[in-house]
Design a protein around this ligand. Structure first.
Ligand SMILES: [Zn+2]
Length: 391
């Protein structure tokens, strides 16, 4: 271990030799530094203000120098100071360099073992290494945010709307909270009809003092929009009313207290049952494929006379019978009928002059059929795994 010798000879040659020995000792110690603690020890040993080797040469060499050699010794010691500081700094950088991981920059490995790096190149190597660490690869994919898609129910609704718009229908919308008058009375529901019961319909609370026709409720079908449209327009009327409706139903695989409907209305002179059948047959073929057949059976609705239940041939089995159609080969899908003349009375249309047909379908049910979904609740759970299948 190097210790500062006393100088007897202050000749330039002797000062040079002493300096060279000191620097060689430092180089050896510095090359042996393996970690941060050793690096700090090296710095302290050579540069500590109190009793560091630089301080010692100041005391031992400079202060002890005869006055004739003071100038010469002073210059030598100053130069050594700079050299020692530089070499201790190099030892620190070597250590930094060794701790940095090797990085590939433009096909070259940066961060090779320290011994291969010449001291004078250390600064530029370290600068390159710093750049490498801060480098941003603009070719990397960015943060990907998924685009949302239309909900499958709304998509089916859009498609049905498009089918009818192509046939010359326009789209009408109305309030989801409507009055008993528009939801029931004007549609020819008798005052004691079971649909008016709170078991089936969600009424707004606290309206007991209002006359029945003014009581507000969550509409149970989009038919009120038909009434509102007929109040507004004179025939010919061709309108579809898509929208959300509400029933006091407990949720299960086929029922939901909220669902979507699309109803349609066509009123003009000389509209017959043949127009109804042709229109719905076309719409069902457009939605389920041209091989699908339609079948019409008598039914009853307060606002149509006659009323027809519409079935389509099972698109899954082609009428052979399967679990989807419960073995019958047919699936009941729509309600329809010729508008009851009594309904025209509410909107001041002349039933002797005009006739029309109306129909309604559940959008969820259509969507379940088209995508082979067996639980209506899936539409409302908001489960992304389910919804993603439709993106
Ligand atoms: Zn079937």
């Amino acid at each position: 271990m190097y210790s500062v010798p006393k100088l007897e000879d202050y000749s330039p040659e002797a000062l040079d030799t002493a300096s060279r020995e000191l620097l060689e000792a430092l180089e050896q110690e510095s090359a042996a530094v393996q970690d941060e603690a050793e690096c700090k020890a090296l710095r302290d040993r050579w540069m500590a203000r109190k009793n560091g080797i630089l301080t010692q040469i100041n005391d031992v060499w400079l202060k002890a120098a005869p006055s004739a050699s003071k100038r010469q010794a002073g210059q030598q010691v100053n130069q050594l100071k700079k050299q020692v500081e530089g070499m201790v700094e190099v030892a620190r950088k070597r250590l930094l360099f060794r701790e940095m991981p090797a990085t590939e920059i433009d096909g070259e490995m940066v961060g090779k073992p320290l011994v291969e790096i010449p001291v004078e190149a250390l600064d530029s190597w370290l600068a390159t290494q710093k750049l490498a660490a801060e480098r941003i690869d603009v070719t990397l994919p960015g943060v990907h945010r998924e685009l949302g898609v239309r909900h499958p129910v709304l998509r089916t609704m859009d498609e049905i709307v498009a089918v009818f718009v192509a046939m010359g229908y326009s789209v009408a919308e109305g309030p989801e909270i409507d009055s008993d008058y528009y939801n029931f009375e004007a549609l020819n529901f008798p005052p004691d009809h079971p649909a008016r019961d709170t078991q089936d319909t969600l009424f707004i609370a606290g309206q007991e003092r209002r006359p029945q026709r003014d009581r507000l409720l969550l509409r149970t079908h989009t038919s009120p929009v038909q009434i509102r449209t007929m109040e507004r327009l004179r025939p010919p009327v061709r309108v579809i009313c898509p929208g959300k409706v509400h029933r006091n139903d407990a949720p299960d695989a086929t029922h939901s207290p909220v669902f979507h409907q699309l109803e349609g209305l066509c009123v003009d002179t000389n509209i017959t049952l043949a127009d109804l059948k042709g229109t719905l047959d076309h719409a069902m073929k457009a939605m389920f494929g041209s091989s699908v057949k339609t079948s019409f059976r008598p039914s009853f609705f307060p606002f149509t006379e006659p009323s027809l239940e519409v079935s389509i041939s099972c698109p899954f089995c082609g009428e052979k019978g399967c679990s989807k159609c419960k073995g019958s080969g047919w699936i009941e899908l729509l309600g329809s009928g010729m508008v009851d003349p009594a309904v025209f009375g509410f909107v001041d249309y002349d039933p002797a002059k005009y006739s029309g047909f109306a129909f309604g379908m559940g959008i969820e049910r259509m969507t379940m059929l088209r995508h082979n979904i067996d639980d209506i609740q899936q539409f409302f759970l908001g489960d992304v795994r389910f919804l993603e299948q439709f993106s």
